[in-house]
Design a protein around this ligand. Structure first.
Ligand code: ATP
Length: 387
């Protein structure tokens, strides 16, 4: 069904893709030459990946190349509310569904003779694919809906991207939140999606029901409650899926900050700054008393200062600050190949330990953050900083 090998006539494919997606062929060819659209060769069939989005095609869109082209449109950006009351009044005119925003990584799954899972940027992920295949082994959703795409969040401790455990998915869980036509990217309406999720018993993000713009206080309270349970927040979806808004708790933002400040020189300053502003708006909207605000400020301060001091202390003791996680793979060779795959994506990781079990092999992995380690070492050694 699909072309094998790397020596394909890309131009032929680009012409067809431009036609299928309704974009200008010259522009697409130009993007390919400039590296905005690149050829992926890490799957058994080659695929094109849109590294950058533009107004027509979303970033992370993938086209598997062959006699039949198989599309997986990128997952579009969801806008963030800073002040919930104002954002709802301005952007949510009708009724909308509130769903839990899970804190993991975005995974689109399509069927091209077998299931294939893609990361947000449109990279084929062998690790995620393997786990999602196991999870959906007995599910006949794709048998009946070959042209659909499941969009969901992978959460849990055993993955290389975002490790956060949930009681319902300690190590690995895949929770669907949208179902789309894989070629057009058009989402099923909220009602159609809910029906599909129920019909195929698909594991899904929690649904908190239907709300209107008048419910901002209720939703704010819900988000704070989720934050108190170490959960991230909510995504609000108009029933026709034309409008979506995300909103997260300060408690969860503090968690991001703890992580970012631990590897302080590897994270962009914008990452931290944006989160600080978010927290201010939430504290304001909550109408906190002076005492409550002081507690909130204390939590924020702790999330910044403590991880940085811990990092400095570890490096001063001659240790390396790393991120340690585990992955569960079918065998050691798969694990090794996957770490190589991560290296190609720019993740500096090494295998620390391999333990073979009856059903699976668990590999301990260390991710390295050279900028943080080098810079802190330099400062401890007396280097000046630039200000
Ligand atoms: P974006 O570009 O959409 O802003 P981001 O990479 O900055 O994404 P976030 O700010 O965490 O990520 O928020 C959007 C992401 O939230 C989605 O890409 C999706 O992976 C995730 N998500 C979790 N739960 C849901 C849900 N119920 N509905 C939609 N998205 C969800």
């Amino acid at each position: 069904m699909f072309a094998e090998g790397k020596n394909m006539e890309i131009e032929k494919y680009l012409a067809q893709i431009a036609k299928d997606l309704g974009v200008d062929q010259n522009r697409l060819e130009q993007e390919y030459r400039k590296g905005g659209v690149i050829l992926g060769t890490d799957y058994k069939f080659p695929y094109l990946r849109f590294k950058k989005g533009d107004h027509d095609i979303e970033e992370g869109t993938v086209v598997f190349l062959g006699k039949e082209l198989a599309y997986a449109r990128g997952f579009p950006k969801i806008r963030r509310a800073m002040f919930l009351n104002g954002a709802l009044a301005k952007h949510m005119k009708g009724r909308f569904q509130a769903e839990e925003k899970l804190d993991g990584y975005n995974v689109r799954t399509i069927y091209i003779g077998e299931l294939v899972s893609l990361t947000r940027k449109g990279v084929f992920c062998p690790y995620t694919t393997e786990h999602v295949k196991t999870m959906l082994k007995k599910n006949n959703f794709f048998e009946e809906h070959k042209n659909m795409m499941l969009c969901g969040e992978v959460v849990g401790l055993k993955n290389p991207y975002q490790t956060k455990s949930y009681p319902e998915a300690k190590d690995f869980g895949y929770f669907v939140f949208d179902i789309k036509d894989r070629k057009t990217g058009r989402s099923l309406s909220v009602e159609e999606k809910n029906r599909m999720i129920a019909k195929y018993s698909l594991p899904s993000a929690r649904n908190f029901g239907i709300f209107t713009a008048k419910d901002s206080k209720k939703l704010l309270a819900l988000v704070r409650k989720l934050g108190g349970e170490k959960r991230e927040g909510i995504v609000l979806k108009s029933l026709d899926m034309e409008n979506q808004i995300k909103y997260t708790s300060n408690q969860s933002t503090n968690n991001d900050l703890k992580y970012a400040f631990k590897f302080v020189f590897d994270y962009g300053q914008q990452f931290m700054f944006r989160r600080l502003i978010r927290e201010a708006f939430q504290a304001y909207e909550l109408g906190l008393s002076k005492k409550e605000l002081e507690i909130e400020a204390g939590e924020l301060g702790k999330s910044i200062l403590i991880p940085m001091v811990e990092t400095i202390r570890m490096i001063a003791e001659g240790r390396e600050v790393t991120e340690d996680f585990e992955i569960a793979v079918p065998d050691a060779a798969f694990g090794k190949a996957f770490i190589e795959h991560l290296k190609h994506l720019g993740v500096k990781a090494t295998i620390e330990h391999v333990s073979k079990g009856k059903k699976e092999t668990v590999i301990k992995v260390k991710r390295h953050y050279p900028s943080t380690n080098d810079k802190v070492k330099a400062y401890l050694g007396g280097e000046f900083c630039s200000d």
